[in-house]
Write a protein that binds this ligand. Structure first.
Ligand code: PEP
Ligand code: MN
Length: 262
């Protein structure tokens, strides 16, 4: 179902009016985690003004350490919905357990994080919903494994899927992960599903994010997911890779210039 050979037309995913794919570029931006009402509303307004098409923000966080901030969970989702109402931006946020699905009723796009990419039972259940899904590539997943994870969702009846490259594990330690930009042409050849790049988790370093965002746009990505925080130094999660709203505005201009030049 995901195979381009049997479905030559590009898929356009519609998440609450925000389109991704076939020439529609998604600019998903926001904090790693929702931390407070003030924080998420301020960031939502700032990224909207700069050119974001969707607001991102985690309520359920897949942290490596159980002692790290785990997200505001259900309360965080409520604050995210407030930010959606305040700005009109459709929202994308991660699900970690299918038991939480009822809480995602008003979420426009459900994110399956890298660590959940092969939670096949969850993929099957998400396939039974009509919700757009942002499927992130696993930490060590091959392109084929990513496509098969999408196939699980599609086999259950949901074809509204956006694929997201967020860096893979290699021997290199200068960046948090290694951004595999070559997946853009590879995936575009093999599948009709849109491809979004997350340079924030890929590099782990805020100052590298704008260059990789521009590179992704140049390579034909269908969108970007960017972590933006109004006070990166105080962020409860992923501060070192979070850019400020001002830098995000510059990034949007640079990406727009690259896309216009294509
Ligand atoms: C995230 O987007 O906040 C996140 C946890 O990403 P990933 O699953 O790619 O690590
Ligand atoms: Mn993060």
């Amino acid at each position: 179902l995901a195979n381009r050979a049997f479905h030559p037309e590009n898929t356009v995913v519609n998440a609450g009016g925000a389109l991704t794919g076939d020439g529609h570029f998604a600019m998903m931006a926001g904090p790693c985690s929702i931390e407070s009402r003030e924080q998420i509303i301020e960031i939502a307004k700032a990224v909207k003004a700069a050119g974001a098409t969707m607001l991102r923000g985690g309520a359920f966080k897949p942290r490596t350490s159980p002692y790290d901030f785990q997200g505001l969970r259900a309360e965080g989702l409520e604050l995210m919905l407030e930010a959606k109402r305040a700005t009109g931006l459709p929202i994308v946020t991660e699900i970690m357990s299918i038991d939480h699905l009822p809480l995602f009723e008003d979420v426009d796009m459900i994110q399956v994080g890298a660590r959940s990419m092969q939670n096949f039972e969850m993929l099957k259940e998400l396939g039974k919903t009509k919700k757009p899904i942002l499927l992130k590539r696993g930490l060590c997943a091959t392109v084929k494994e990513l496509l098969m994870a999408a196939e699980y969702i599609m086999a259950s009846g949901n074809d509204q899927i956006v694929l997201c490259e967020r860096g893979i594990r290699t021997y290199e330690t200068a960046t948090r992960n290694t951004l595999d930009l070559s997946v853009i042409p590879v995936l575009h050849e093999r599948t009709h599903l849109p491809v979004v790049i997350d340079p924030s988790h890929a590099t782990g370093v805020a100052r590298y994010v704008p260059a990789m965002a521009a590179a992704a746009a140049a390579a034909g990505a269908d969108g970007l997911m960017i972590e933006v925080h109004n006070n990166p130094a105080a962020a409860l999660c992923d501060g070192p890779q979070s850019i400020t709203p001002d830098t995000f505005e510059e990034l949007c201009r640079r990406v727009e210039a690259v896309r216009t030049a294509l």
